[in-house]
Write a protein that binds this ligand. Structure first.
Ligand SMILES: Nc1ncnc2c1ncn2[C@@H]1O[C@H](COP(=O)(O)OP(=O)(O)OP(=O)(O)O)[C@@H](O)[C@H]1O
Length: 292
């Protein structure tokens, strides 16, 4: 599914949460949407899923506006922390009812997933634990095979083995049935491996959209004798400094040239990678937050 967001403004009442947001999402790719608490991830995803209208700008999904467009809506699935407290239907029936709106729904796959997540399918949805309620929504999200599938912190309440299972199934099913997937998450270190392209929203707008591997090249940790590390990182954007005795480690935001890498090697400086979560923390550090 191809998505074009043009100069979006999103907000509530007179308050704008996001402004001047433009991006393009390609078909068959896994995107990671990252942002601090309250920056507007869920609000942006609700607009992408045509649950809400932007205050300004527009979204085009395969060249069509999705809002109140049934044909487009059935190809978009938004898994979010919806309130299932009053959902008296049994899991089995609830899944079947949702499937009716999903042309690509795979019932066998849904059954298989229910077994893998140990979901008691004859229980009412409202009576499931928090983690199993999330699992049921994940089952719905995966088995629907919607061309645009959005998982907005879909793992809430799931324990570590269940989350592992979720990640495993997303990747496996994506390989077999490629589609556009957006993962919005705070568990960056757990989910970084799945993400192909990163979008970071911060300070009321889109801070960056970049291929994950390219983004990771921006970060390097330089470790070695203090004087040498300080000299090597002079003039580069320093993100974090740590010192242990005479050894120093400085994290920099800079793409190093081959020449600089050779220089570091000649000076016995160790160059190491920076994890996506670390980069995210530093890229969004100190920004004004919109929470509240
Ligand atoms: N229905 C609403 N009415 C008014 N303000 C809202 C509404 N929903 C969200 N907001 C506000 O919009 C801002 C963005 O919220 P949103 O849930 O989109 O952020 P988020 O990035 O998903 O946050 P988190 O990471 O904490 O889940 C917050 O300040 C929030 O209080």
């Amino acid at each position: 599914m191809h998505i074009q967001a043009e100069n979006l403004s999103i907000g509530y009442g007179s308050k704008n949460i996001l402004e001047h947001v433009s991006f393009e999402l390609e078909e068959n790719k896994i995107y990671g949407l990252l942002g601090r608490n309250g920056t507007g991830k869920t609000s942006l995803l609700s607009v992408l899923a045509a649950f809400r209208k932007p205050k300004a700008g527009r979204i085009m999904v395969n060249g069509e506006e999705p809002f109140e467009n049934a044909a487009v809506m059935e190809t978009i699935l938004f898994v979010y922390d919806s309130n299932l407290e009053d959902e008296t239907e049994k899991v089995k029936k609830w899944l079947r009812m949702n499937a009716a709106f999903r042309p690509n729904y795979d019932h066998d796959y849904a059954d298989y997933l229910c077994r893998r997540f140990n979901i008691p399918v004859n229980k009412a949805v409202k009576d499931l634990s928090k983690g199993l309620k999330s699992a049921v929504q994940v089952v719905d999200g995966l088995a629907s095979r919607a061309s645009l599938t959005i998982f907005d912190e879909a793992y809430l309440g799931m324990d570590a083995p269940a989350r592992e299972l979720f990640y495993e199934e997303v990747l496996k099913d994506y390989m077999e049935h490629p589609r556009t997937i957006i993962l919005s998450t705070h568990l960056i270190s757990e989910m970084a491996g799945m993400i192909e392209e990163v979008l970071i929203i911060n300070d009321g707008t889109l801070l960056l959209q970049q291929d994950k591997e390219q983004l990771l090249e921006r970060g390097t940790t330089v470790t070695g004798p203090k004087e040498k590390v300080l000299a090597f990182t002079e003039g580069k954007k320093r993100l974090k400094e740590q010192q242990l005795g005479s050894t120093m480690s400085i994290m920099i935001d800079a793409v190093l040239s081959d020449q600089e890498k050779q220089q570091a090697k000649a000076e016995n400086l160790e160059l190491g990678p920076v994890a996506l979560q670390e980069l995210f923390i530093h890229l969004t550090e100190g920004a004004e937050q919109h929470a509240g």
